[in-house]
Ligand binder design. Sequence first.
Ligand SMILES: [Zn+2]
Length: 351
Amino acid sequence: MYYIHLFNLLLDDPKYENHGLSNIIPIIMIWMCFGLAAACLVFKKQEGDNEQDDIFEEPPRRLSEADEKWYRKVSFSCCGSSPKVRSARSSSAALVDMIQWDRPSEEFCNRARSMSSLPEDKDSFDRIFRNNQKWIESKLIDDPNYFRRLSEGQQPQYMLIGCSDSRVSAQEIMGFKCGELFVHRNIANMVVNGDINLLSVLNYAVEHLKVRDIIVMGHYHCGGIKAACKPKDHGLLEHWLRNIRDVVRHNMTELEAIQDDEQRHRRLVELNVQEQCINLFANPIVQRSQARTDLPRIHGFVYDLENGRLQELEIDFSEKLKPLQAVYSLYEDNSGGTVLQRTNSKWIPNM
Ligand SMILES: [Zn+2]
């Protein structure tokens, strides 16, 4: 009703001409209430925004460990009560503002000023390029022709199919130098039939580089393997994990007999490596090459994150493949048998 009063007054409706001041006061009060409510909403939104950008929940990644400790110390010493501090973003310039506003020690201000001269994330990238320069220098000291030789081509003996996990760096674990290991990595070191990425790498490795050994390397504490054991939809990733769920299905009896969760996980990691090796044996690129040259050999490795130990799984592939020959064999060998019958996965590093 007061809306009507107001609008009619504004429109100068003659019907309301004689209304006195007592009628206008409630209208003004209502508008003040509206104004107050709107101000509260804006304030709450700003609070929400500030909380999202709160620099104290997660320090910027460009900070070193020492810097991070210092950063947290500064944060705790001057955060909380000040709206200006709470709205400070995770840039060095904001940090300088924050520190100056709360007047901390000169030492803190100097540190912050030196940081503010760096663009966002510059420090972490600087580290990468500094390390690269050091690495170049170390290689050239040992061999002035190192990079020229590498640029002429590659002849790796080994191909590795490993997990994308950042903790599992195959080259470092196995002590390979540049040019010695041809690598394909994906979640949970899978050999998925129809994966054009894997097939392209495999084709190039076998047909052109003529690698002698293909290693499938799994690792305990594999997030991909763990995810595939959960009754949960992982979205797009689920289409990939489905291949691991199939491995679980093929080995359900053995896995269900293991009571301990950790031991069951470790066994599934091993069984997954075994299944991916079998997928390689069944692959036409591999069989075509094996029919001609007996190579490549296929190996199943497992890496233990807890102690850094790498081991070759003892898998009798001849035995495993025997019942599968009728399905997967594509080539006969000279003796009238199949390529899969004379499968050799024995590790002969210097052949
Ligand atoms: Zn993994």
